[in-house]
Design a protein. Structure first.
Length: 336
């Protein structure tokens, strides 16, 4: 089968960083689904793995978002049948979705939304899992409209995770949703997704909060450059508030949160699959709910740009865009 990946990790992106690789077609066993991949999306995790992780098998296939058709199942599979159309983010420790076929554990797979194309659906799994787990599992925000006196600040909200997080927070909770962005098109995008206010993260967030007459935020999440915003976060979060992050700050002084008694929550959506946690099937349930919310029109796809077919040149282009930190929504590729 055709796949795309690398034989040597490289911090500096070049045309050699992502190559076409010919691999043996895998066979499904246990809880695995054998999926024919139709569409994928590219995430910041792809660039981080390419830069930092040496291949263990002589090669590494990237890709942690996929949509496709189940072609075969392992002997322990009970949640899906051959012919089902599915979507998933996969497992960081296994070969990824930048391939014609992929094995993925059924317990972290959902039924793809019926109302979306493959490309539109491919934009959703990884970011939906991350946003959902952060909002409801880590911050433990109530799933109702009764918390309308509370607010959340989403820093760096125009990217993939922020784009779905804003929608989930607005549609499923009563929170006042405040997002941050700096470019005009990103501000417009976030308002379309439901943000009540959009702050400019190139300026003081706390000063803007005060100017708008907003109370300190009950919840703050950092999606990018958390170390650069830490002092602003401390200033604008409410005493005994909750802070969550997903990025990898170069430095992070947790003592700054002590005076306000702020709890800190790290979200990593691969934890359940990496450690086969007892609640691993929660991601199957979660993705099915996301699919239902999409089909009901409650939330929408966060596809930002369709980059064409799945090949080395287009994957290189996706990595370029992600490393420039200018993407809005998700970058999707489709077909071989």
């Amino acid at each position: 089968m055709k796949a795309f990946g690398y034989t040597h990790n490289s911090k500096t992106l070049s045309t050699e960083s992502i190559q076409a690789i010919e691999l043996e077609t895998p066979i499904a066993t246990g809880h695995d689904l054998f999926v024919e991949v139709n569409a994928i999306s590219v995430n910041p995790v792809d660039t981080k793995i390419r830069a930092n992780v040496a291949p263990e098998q002589g090669y590494k296939v990237l890709g942690w978002d996929g949509v496709g058709i189940v072609k075969a199942v392992g002997e322990s599979v009970s949640l899906f049948n051959v012919g089902d159309r599915v979507f998933y983010a996969g497992d960081l420790s296994r070969q990824g979705s930048n391939a014609q076929f992929q094995l993925v554990d059924e317990r972290i797979v959902g039924r793809a939304p019926k109302t979306l194309t493959d490309a539109q659906a491919a934009a959703l799994p990884l970011t939906s899992i991350t946003a959902y787990e952060m909002l409801f599992d880590r911050l433990e925000v109530a799933r109702n409209k009764q918390n309308s006196n509370k607010s959340i600040l989403v820093i760096g909200a125009a990217g993939g995770v922020g784009s779905i997080f804003v929608q989930l927070a607005k549609q499923l909770t009563g929170l006042n949703v405040v997002a941050t962005a700096s470019r005009e098109e990103s501000v417009k995008w976030l308002k379309e997704l439901g943000a009540d206010h959009v702050l400019d993260h190139s300026k003081s967030l706390n000063d803007q909060r005060i100017e708008l007459g907003l109370n300190e935020f009950d919840y703050v999440i950092g999606l990018t450059h958390t170390d650069q915003y830490q002092d602003e976060i401390v200033a604008c979060i409410k005493p005994q508030g909750k802070f969550a992050l997903i990025d990898d700050p170069a430095s992070f002084d947790i003592l700054k949160f002590k005076r306000k008694c702020i709890s800190v929550h790290w979200e990593f959506m691969f934890t359940r699959s990496l450690f086969t946690t007892t609640d691993i099937t929660a991601q199957h349930t979660l993705l099915n709910e996301i699919s239902e919310l999409i089909d009901a029109g409650t939330i929408k796809t966060t596809l930002g740009q369709h980059l064409g077919t799945i090949n080395a040149a287009n994957l290189y282009k996706a990595h370029q865009i992600l490393e420039s930190h200018t993407s809005r929504g998700k970058l999707v590729l489709e077909g071989f």
